[in-house]
Design a protein around this ligand. Structure first.
Ligand code: GDP
Ligand code: IMO
Ligand code: MG
Length: 432
């Protein structure tokens, strides 16, 4: 069987968790391929809201196996916290959750390095989630990192000490060194206790398991974290995360050959948000931006920070579609756009005296000026909508416009955070 990939097309928080949960019934295995506890994937059903950071979003379906792939970085403490929250669901965690031995470990000192690096950057800070993501991936590519499989080795403690010593050398250059050492002492006991619990979990050679499963005819959904505009290569560098958030990341993060990939689901919000620093051409720093934030509850699922809000940016969306080979678009949070008399969509940029409709090398806000097309808004509350046939005409027109501009079909329109507030579109429904 083939692998389908689901990933975010904007700056993260598009609603990946909700849709993975919705789609899980079609798959045997859900596999996270990159990122770590910087992610916060929210899903809601039966009136309860769950936020997952490391655990794949298929976990609430007892029939599905969930794999944390080699491309993921794991903080054992945060991970154990997530597992504890699942206890009331009486899942047999060791059967339904499998962890790659090749996934890298986030050490307490990685978090301190993240904090030190951000503090030193001052106003140029990335706005990192401070979970240690950057330093952990740096140690991975620097060939210093500790992997989950290392905890099964006799010399794990020596490996830990050796890496910690390297980190201490770096931290000693910062003024706050003594404070970092105190913090380290506070963090270490819980970290080692969580590593002990991780030892009792199902650690696997996930690339092998995944390829065997494919040969056995099982279907796999690869779950991305963050979004394409935060990709280490193709995002708004340096204001990005440290992993490959795009489709190629599912190959390296799970051990899947590119020719195994079939569908690529690309998720986007009907508008745009961004949390953390970095350029955002269509950002609205006015009451319309405030209205989107308030109506869409745009506050980070991991850090609680307010998300910056703006109109949909089609050049950026088309770029992400191209890089990822998106076959199916999924439009989220359509309900949040209800109530606007008109809705703007950016269709191009004024850039260095010309008009372009693609994302240039440098998208700094003072270089790129969005050009907008105005579409009619709709007033109806969409949260009870269960059939696209009965949707307001203006919403149908909005969907048709995005499809026409991108050339990719929108197959799902989401109208609320709950699992059930999801409309699957048949191709014939989308014409204006
Ligand atoms: P993820 O990181 O891509 O999984 O997305 P997040 O969970 O960080 O952020 C998406 C937020 O929007 C969460 O609070 C979801 O519960 C919520 N959400 C998802 N889909 C919809 C939708 O269609 N409408 C509304 N109003 N909220 C949604
Ligand atoms: P999900 O999977 C939104 C952002 C941070 C910061 C930048 C780098 O929930 O969509 P990092 O901690 O990775 O070094 O931070 O990336 N960021 C996210 N923004 N959603 C996420 O994940 C994010 N993960 C990281 O805010 O700007
Ligand atoms: Mg999120």
């Amino acid at each position: 069987m083939a692998v389908d990939v689901l990933l975010g097309l904007q700056w993260g928080d598009e609603g990946k968790g909700k849709i993975v949960d919705v789609l899980t019934r079609n798959y045997d295995i859900i596999a996270r391929f990159q990122g770590g506890p910087n992610a916060g994937h929210t899903l809601e059903f039966d009136g309860i809201k769950h936020v997952l950071h490391t655990i794949p979003s298929g976990i609430f379906h007892p029939g599905a196996q969930n794999v944390i792939g080699n491309g993921v970085v794991i903080d054992p403490v945060i991970f154990q916290g997530e597992i504890e929250k699942l206890e009331s669901f009486r899942l047999n965690i060791n059967e339904v959750l499998l962890i790659s031995r090749k996934a890298h470990l986030i050490l307490p000192s990685h978090r301190l390095l993240d904090a030190a690096s951000e503090a030193a950057k001052g106003k140029n800070k990335i706005g990192s989630t401070l979970k240690g993501i950057g330093p952990t991936y740096m140690d991975k590519t620097g060939r210093n990192g500790l992997r989950v499989g290392d905890i099964e080795l006799d010399d794990f403690q020596e490996r830990y000490d050796s890496l910690l010593n390297k980190h201490k050398q770096i931290l000693s250059h910062y003024e706050e060194y003594e404070a970092y050492l105190t913090k380290l002492e506070e963090l270490e006991p819980a970290w080692f206790a969580a590593v002990e619990r991780l030892r009792g979990m199902t650690l696997i050679d996930s690339e092998h398991m995944i390829n065997q499963s494919l040969k056995a005819g099982k279907s796999i959904l690869a779950e991305g974290a963050q979004g394409s505009l935060l990709d280490i290569d193709f995002g708004s560098y340096p204001f990005v995360t440290s992993s490959t958030t795009t489709c190629a990341g599912s190959c390296t993060g799970l051990g899947i050959a590119p020719n195994r990939i079939q569908k690529v689901y690309g998720i986007f919000k009907a508008y745009c948000t961004r949390v953390g620093s970095g350029p955002f051409p269509t950002e609205l720093e006015d009451e319309t931006g405030e209205a989107l934030r308030a109506k869409g509850h745009e506050f980070g699922a991991t850090t609680g920070r307010p998300r910056r809000c703006g109109w949909l940016d089609l050049p950026a969306l088309k770029y992400a579609i191209e890089i990822n080979g998106v076959t199916d678009l999924i439009m989220m949070k359509s309900d949040v756009l209800s109530g606007f008399s008109t809705i703007k969509v950016c269709t191009g940029y004024r850039y260095k005296g010309t008009v372009i409709d693609y994302l240039p090398y440098n998208i700094e806000n003072d270089l790129v000026e969005p050009i907008y097309t105005e579409l009619a808004g709709w007033q109806d509350d969409l949260t009870g909508l269960d059939n696209f046939e009965t949707a307001p005409q203006a919403l149908k027109d909005y969907v048709a416009f995005v499809q026409e501009q991108t050339g990719v079909p929108i197959t799902i329109v989401s109208v609320g955070p709950d699992r059930n507030q999801t409309i699957h579109l048949a191709a014939q429904n989308v014409s204006a």
